[in-house]
Design a protein around this ligand. Structure first.
Ligand SMILES: Cc1cc2nc3c(=O)[nH]c(=O)nc-3n(C[C@H](O)[C@H](O)[C@H](O)COP(=O)(O)OP(=O)(O)OC[C@H]3O[C@@H](n4cnc5c(N)ncnc54)[C@H](O)[C@@H]3O)c2cc1C
Length: 451
């Protein structure tokens, strides 16, 4: 790799900015083009729901020296608060050691990473530039200036597609030979709603938790804003029947839905219907493709390579890991782009296929099973085994959220762990005795026989 190598990154979202930081640290000249104006102000059309960062994403930010700064804007979430229709709340901690996800406003994170990357020597941002096409033969990109309408062409030795789920760069690769691609829309779309601060500036709910109202086909989860108000993500089928975005036509329909399913929230949300109709439902999509590169010229990262539904909270975290892996591959191959791209795609693709599947499954778990007593019991047993054998036993959720273990490795361990939990679940009166000495003895015996 020579420092005269020029890289163009299409997309200055969080993943594009993180990659810009990695590449600039290698002494490369990096130009980032984004169709956005650079001011993320149009909240009515952009999804702005808060995000959770977990260990795997934070670790990448740590490598780049920006973790502390980002953490200043986060709210730690220590577990799930599950709300019943009767107003009851059950708290399920993520672990025994105050493990926490870090919740941050999406726009805040975008801005912070953008600012860090802009300050890095070698990185230049070009806003208001929509990528229209990529010529793979000549490595030429065509951009349209969204203010003047004029088009410009730019050539670069390397092109990175970091332009999100509906990536133009990926669309161009789709027309090249032997490129696999699939896109699956989730039946549910979502809108975000706010539960404002209550009288006297009180947060409406516990600030350091993620909130769930499990209710069959309707999904509702809430993440705290930095000021303590709650950002809700309401998930409904896009179409079909009264209980869908298509079927909710009037303010009365929306109020009725909440009165029937989430009565606790109605008095807390005076602007519910107005807010609901001011937002356009956003679709959720899973996108898979392969390979994630073209020769030694083009590579995809983040949602451009793998869009997943958000139910495991892994999209950005995985995107940041893409950047770290690509950087490691460049080191391993001493800057030879072709072999680095190939290795990067080979290492990451199976992991992303797996987390895409887990994210889809997690939807059902969040909506139906978090309210189920046997699900709670399993989680309690998992925490029990973990408290006795913290180095040997972690739940799948913990391995994914609180360790940098690869998704594939975590899944393999989970198969062994589930066999053990199944055995415990079959013990007599386990519901009553799960925290007692007999169960503890059974755990020691089972773990001992696995050594
Ligand atoms: C509701 C919801 C909740 C989520 N929650 C979480 C969570 O808790 N944790 C988590 O890890 N992930 C979460 N995600 C996923 C996360 O938002 C994405 O994985 C992440 O935004 C991907 O980052 P990116 O930079 O790859 O793409 P994007 O964020 O989509 O950024 C792409 C950038 O490319 C630009 N662009 C697009 N097309 C062009 C073009 N033609 N020309 C020029 N520029 C272009 C865009 O303006 C944008 O700036 C969630 C997603 C959703 C929808």
């Amino acid at each position: 790799m020579s420092s005269s190598d020029e890289v163009i990154i299409v997309g200055g979202g969080p993943v594009g900015s993180v990659l810009a930081l990695f590449l600039a640290r290698r002494g490369l000249k990096v130009d980032v083009f984004d169709r956005d104006s650079g001011l993320r102000t149009d909240l009515s059309i952009r999804p702005t729901v808060n995000l959770t960062l977990c260990e795997r994403g934070l670790r990448v930010l740590r490598t780049l020296g920006v973790e502390e700064q980002v953490r200043e804007a986060t709210v730690p979430l220590y577990g799930r608060a599950v709300h019943g229709r009767d107003g009851s709340t059950t708290f399920q901690p993520y672990g025994n050691s105050r493990e926490a996800l870090q919740c941050i406003s999406r726009n805040k994170l975008y801005e912070m990473l953008l600012r860090c990357a802009q300050q890095q020597p070698g990185v230049t941002y070009h806003f208001g530039q929509r990528c229209l096409d990529v010529d793979l033969e000549s490595n030429t990109l065509t951009f349209q200036d969204l203010q003047t309408g004029t088009t410009i062409q730019r050539q670069a030795q390397r092109i990175v597609g970091a332009d999100g789920a509906f990536s133009i760069v990926r669309q161009r690769l789709q027309r090249s030979s032997r490129f696999d691609y699939s896109q699956q829309f989730f039946p549910h779309s979502y809108v975000e709603l706010t539960v404002p601060l209550q009288q006297g500036g009180r947060p409406p709910f516990e600030r350091n938790a993620i909130h769930f109202w499990p209710d069959g086909e309707v999904g509702l989860l809430g993440m705290p804003n930095f000021d303590g108000s709650l950002m809700l993500m309401l998930q409904l089928p896009a179409e079909g029947g009264d209980c869908s975005f298509e079927g909710l036509r009037t303010p009365e329909d929306v109020r009725r839905l909440f009165e029937e399913r989430f009565p606790q929230l109605v008095p807390l949300m005076p602007d519910l219907a107005t807010e609901f109709f001011s937002r356009r439902p956003n679709p959720l999509v899973t996108i898979r493709c392969s390979p994630w590169f073209h020769q030694d010229k083009v590579v995809l990262v983040g949602d451009a390579a793998h869009a997943l539904v958000p139910f495991y909270g892994q999209g950005i975290n995985a995107g940041f890991e893409d950047c770290a892996t690509l950087d490691e591959c460049l080191t391993t191959h001493e800057g030879a782009w072709g072999p680095a791209f190939r290795d990067y795609s080979r290492l990451r693709k199976p992991n992303l296929d797996l987390i895409s599947d887990l994210a889809l499954q997690h939807f059902w778990e969040l909506r139906e099973r978090v309210g189920d007593p046997s699900f709670h019991l399993r989680r309690k047993l998992e925490r029990k085994v973990n408290s006795l054998y913290p180095d040997k036993y972690q739940s799948l959720y913990s391995m994914i959220s609180f360790t940098p273990m690869s998704y594939v490795e975590a899944w393999k361990k989970e198969q062994e762990h589930q066999a053990l939990i199944e055995q415990l679940m079959r013990l007599d009166d386990i519901e009553q005795r799960w925290d007692g000495p007999e169960v503890e003895a059974a755990i020691h015996q089972m773990m001992g026989s696995r050594r």
